[in-house]
Write a protein that binds this ligand. Structure first.
Ligand SMILES: *[C@@H]1O[C@H](CO)[C@@H](O)[C@H](O)[C@H]1NC(C)=O
Ligand SMILES: *[C@@H]1O[C@H](CO)[C@@H](O)[C@H](O)[C@H]1NC(C)=O
Ligand SMILES: *[C@@H]1O[C@H](CO)[C@@H](O)[C@H](O)[C@H]1NC(C)=O
Ligand SMILES: *[C@@H]1O[C@H](CO)[C@@H](O)[C@H](O)[C@H]1NC(C)=O
Ligand SMILES: *[C@@H]1O[C@H](CO)[C@@H](O)[C@H](O)[C@H]1NC(C)=O
Ligand SMILES: *[C@@H]1O[C@H](CO)[C@@H](O)[C@H](O)[C@H]1NC(C)=O
Ligand SMILES: *[C@@H]1O[C@H](CO)[C@@H](O)[C@H](O)[C@H]1NC(C)=O
Ligand SMILES: *[C@@H]1O[C@H](CO)[C@@H](O)[C@H](O)[C@H]1NC(C)=O
Length: 825
């Protein structure tokens, strides 16, 4: 990919700059958009990263689409043929392997005569000139070149943008063509819609398609303009019309109708395989010859309200069609995001670490999508965000990262979660393509709202977040049982009746859901209740409430079966029947080394009780009371050897969320040195700057935000102000929090680049010895407060080649907090 060469040049530039890196801030040049774009098929990482043009939290995500699957984000960095450039995409998600969105693609065609142009998906599909080596991208910009020699470029705003096609030459026929595809989203799930063309070259579309993770459909709209009114002679529209399959039984037999201005297909309850769209023909502008290259620029807008709104969005956001100003504005927005983590000593830091850091910060701010003004379901003064795909993925790292660097954006997103409750009764869990997606575990918007309450309650009114509503959203989601807790909310009737989630139990109220993943759901429900407890404390709610939710958050112990043994360790989380008897599943079931194939997804064939995780792993999940687990497991020494065994036996799964916390849990047993070793091992074994550089789906930036935390030597404790602290991968960094308008610099005294390997040499200075905040030495080297990280000032982390003598320190609260031992007070 060309980007790589550009980045290295940029770094050389920075290295040679006498002014130093910060003066010449050009952090976007350090972002590699192709990390995690290898195919998940045939052993690739399947990061499903989206490398196209987008602003931070954009609704429009413009990128090319390949004709092979899997292609969750449309793009795959291989030699696959391209079917078009389309307007919206997901970032890093799993879900349908054919992909999410990919709506209303454009495709350029030369060398054909209007009525016989190869417009169908199959006929037009074509290779890139040099496979994925033809692609280049930087924040706010994407380009590629097809074998035909036609170059495609894109840049964008929140809901609009520009796509430019540069044809190598006008052909013998004197004409070039653009296909505007109505029916082919990435899933080929067209359920009806329409296209209309006006003689001014405006094409308006509407279409209903299936969401990529859930059972529902959504309707989207787009508007394309091909003639810039201020340069009417730059392109000459010489012909237009529509095309459509002659019948749905022979969808690839296409008829092209010149001068036809509209096509409309009624909504149907099943997928209509029809191919249809508009075709436009352009001639060389007056005064040019057929042999010179020429560009056709399309301005687009997208909407979930109407195609007229899509046109308004295009007119408002791209008024003058000025490519450079759109691209520069997009790049500047990214620069503003990236600058919230600065490296004062950038030119001396490890180049790979620097690229990983900024590429990860980039991906962690692509979603959720700011769809404010585009909510098709209710009108509201509050922001509307979508692509919360899923809270299960992002509550652990994405939101805690936003809490540090992006309070304004985060407050909007939190408000969107609250508004979801306001209008549906429950905190949204996996809203994507504007509709509820499947619930994977708990209602994991709860720890997100709890996190906001504990961190920003004092600034909530400045940020426009109504905290009483926030709290009520938490309480309702903690108390009420929705009719179908497979789409939103929790199985609270069972949780409240039993204190665990029973297997084979039918709710007498008639409420239903998918009754699998009982054990892992219960463990997440417990964390959700802790979130209510935390919000209650932060917001001054009644002590009865606080005690109630603290109590309920400890119910994770009710799934603990002390009689189960595995690898010589005793006691594991298990499913349980309503009569209290445990239902045994082998603790290694659904681990990466499960000797017996099991289904570990949501479906009714999951008879293990854990979602995308094993009992071996989920038995470590109680982030709010890890001391309880250490007790259940038999004390520090057993806990430590149990974590070691978990890693050595292969139960760790670097590419999935339930594993995120695992390299850090040694902290709770007073062994931060073991965490430091484990984090180095995991980062260097699983992450790199290549297309396979993410160990699993990026999952809406979850993996990216995790890597940011690992590299900065931090790990957030959900719904709390605590961050575990570790050994950073850079010698210093400065966090800028725009709300508090404070800069906090973390300096690693004795920083040792020799530790930047999978197995740091024994004499390298890996281990944290002391943590000093604004000159005051802390009693713990295991945790730090969020306030310390965002509040401004100087944090000094001293490192040495031997572990600190007292583990976390000698203070009574040196270990990170646990509810059971009086923490979080
Ligand atoms: C940033 O770096 C890129 C890549 O080296 C370069 O093309 C661009 O002009 C630079 N921008 C600024 C503002 O220096
Ligand atoms: C048109 O055909 C010529 C000759 O085959 C070829 O060189 C050129 O790349 C084609 N152009 C396009 C846009 O397909
Ligand atoms: C476009 O071309 C027409 C006819 O050649 C000419 O009259 C007109 O002035 C041109 N407009 C612009 C903006 O160049
Ligand atoms: C366009 O073509 C379609 C299919 O042949 C036809 O149903 C429709 O009426 C035509 N629309 C117009 C405006 O002529
Ligand atoms: C789309 O989903 C709605 C429910 O949200 C349903 O009423 C409608 O029938 C569906 N439409 C299609 C075309 O499937
Ligand atoms: C989201 O969109 C709204 C409406 O345009 C805008 O006011 C707000 O600033 C946007 N938020 C972000 C984080 O870009
Ligand atoms: C929670 O409350 C119940 C009922 O009052 C009590 O039996 C139980 O011990 C409490 N659990 C904890 C962890 O405080
Ligand atoms: C509890 O229920 C399960 C499932 O119905 C059954 O297998 C088990 O024998 C029951 N245990 C007791 C003690 O009744």
């Amino acid at each position: 990919m060309r980007l790589r060469a550009v980045s290295l040049l940029a770094i050389l530039d920075l290295l040679c700059s006498e002014q130093g890196a910060n003066a010449a801030s050009n952090l976007t040049s350090l972002v590699n958009l192709f990390i995690g774009t290898a195919s998940g098929a045939n052993g690739g990482s399947g990061g499903n990263g989206f490398p196209g043009a987008a602003i931070p939290h954009a609704m429009a995500k413009v990128g090319i689409d390949v004709n092979t699957t899997p292609r969750q984000a449309g793009y795959i960095a291989d030699g696959s043929a391209i079917t078009g450039i389309s307007l919206m995409h997901d970032e890093g998600t799993g879900g349908n392997t054919a992909g999410g969105y990919g709506i209303f693609p454009l495709f350029p065609l030369g060398n054909c005569s209007f009525s016989s142009c190869p417009v169908s998906l199959q006929a037009r599909s074509t290779l890139r000139q040099f496979g994925s080596a033809s692609d280049s991208a930087s924040p706010g910009y994407f380009s590629t070149t097809l074998v035909s020699g036609i170059k495609i470029e894109a840049t964008s705003t929140r809901r609009a943008g520009l796509v430019r096609f540069t044809f190598p030459a006008f052909t013998t026929a004197g004409t070039n063509h653009i296909v505007v595809d109505l029916t082919n989203d990435l899933q080929r799930s067209f359920h009806g819609g329409s296209v209309s063309i006006s003689p001014s070259s405006r094409v308006m579309l509407s279409g209903t398609f299936l969401q990529s993770y859930g059972t529902d459909n959504y309707t989207a709209y787009a508007c394309y303009d091909f003639v810039n009114p201020s340069q009417p002679n730059a392109t000459r529209l010489t012909q237009f019309g529509t095309f459509h399959s002659t019948s749905s039984s022979t969808p690839t037999t296409i008829s092209i109708t010149p001068l036809n201005t509209s096509l409309s297909y009624p909504f149907s309850s099943s997928t209509n395989p029809i191919q249809a769209g508009a075709l436009l023909e352009f001639s060389a502008p007056a005064g040019t010859t057929t042999s010179s290259s020429s560009s056709i620029t399309a301005r687009f807008g997208v909407s979930f309200i109407s195609s007229a709104q899509a046109c308004l969005n295009a007119e408002a956001e791209v008024p003058t069609w000025d490519w450079n100003s759109i691209q520069e504005a997009s790049q500047q927005k990214w620069e503003n995001v990236l600058e919230r983590v600065m490296l004062p000593n950038l030119q001396n830091e490890d180049i790979t670490v620097v690229q990983l850091l900024y590429s990860s910060l980039y991906r962690a701010s692509l979603v959720p999508a700011n769809m404010t003004g585009e909510n098709p379901y209710w009108s509201s003064p509050y922001p509307f965000y979508d692509s919360m795909f899923c809270s299960w993925d992002v509550f652990r790292t994405v939101h805690p990262l936003l809490s540090i660097t992006s309070p304004f954006e985060w407050a909007e997103i939190v408000n969107a979660y609250i508004d979801g409750w306001r209008h549906t009764g429950y905190i949204p869990e996996c809203r994507a393509n504007t509709k509820a997606g499947y619930v994977q575990g708990g209602s994991d918007g709860m720890p997100i709202l709890g996190d906001f309450a504990v961190k920003y309650s004092a600034h909530a009114s400045t940020l426009g977040v109504p905290t009483n509503d926030l709290y009520q959203a938490l309480v309702d989601t903690a108390e009420n049982t929705p009719p179908d807790w497979y789409m939103v909310g929790r199985q609270n009737t069972a949780w409240k009746t039993f204190g665990f989630i029973p297997t084979d139990w039918v709710d007498p109220s008639g409420s239903t859901g998918l009754p699998t993943r009982e054990a892992s759901r219960a463990l997440e429900y417990a964390l959700g209740d802790f979130a209510v407890r935390q919000a209650g404390k932060a917001l001054g709610k009644s002590s009865a409430d606080i005690a109630k939710y603290a109590n309920r958050s400890m119910n994770f112990v009710n799934h603990w079966d002390p009689t189960v043994s595995s690898d010589g360790f005793n006691g594991f989380s298990q499913r349980r029947y309503a009569n209290g008897t445990f239902a045994f599943s082998p603790p290694n079931a659904c681990s990466p080394v499960d000797p017996t194939p099991h289904s570990c997804a949501r479906g009714t064939d999951n008879n293990v009780g854990f979602y995308e995780s094993s009992s071996w792993e989920m038995s470590f999940f109680a982030p709010h009371s890890m001391s309880t687990l250490i007790g259940l497991m038999g004390g520090d020494a057993t806990f430590i050897s149990r974590v070691d065994n978990y890693f050595s036996k292969g139960y760790f799964q670097a590419g999935n969320e339930p594993s995120f916390q695992m390299p850090w849990v040694y902290h709770y047993a007073n062994r931060p040195d073991l965490s430091a070793l484990r984090v180095r091992q995991i980062v260097y074994k699983n992450f790199n700057t290549g297309i396979g550089g993410i160990p699993g789906n990026d999952d809406s930036g979850a993996m990216a935000a995790l890597l940011v935390f690992h590299l900065l030597g931090l790990y957030p404790v959900p719904s709390s102000r605590q961050l575990l602290i570790g050994s950073p991968f850079v010698s210093s960094y400065t966090i800028h929090n725009p709300l508090l308008n404070a800069d906090t610099t973390v300096t690693v005294q004795g920083f040792d680049p020799a530790t930047l390997v999978q197995t740091p040499p024994a004499d390298s200075r890996l281990y944290v010895q002391s943590v000093t905040v604004n000159g005051v030495k802390r009693g713990s080297i295991c945790w730090i407060n969020w306030d310390d990280i965002v509040g401004g000032g100087q944090i000094v982390i001293q490192v040495a080649s031997t572990p600190a003598a007292n583990g976390c320190g000698s203070a009574t609260n040196a270990r990170p907090d646990s509810l059971a031992t009086g923490g979080f007070n």
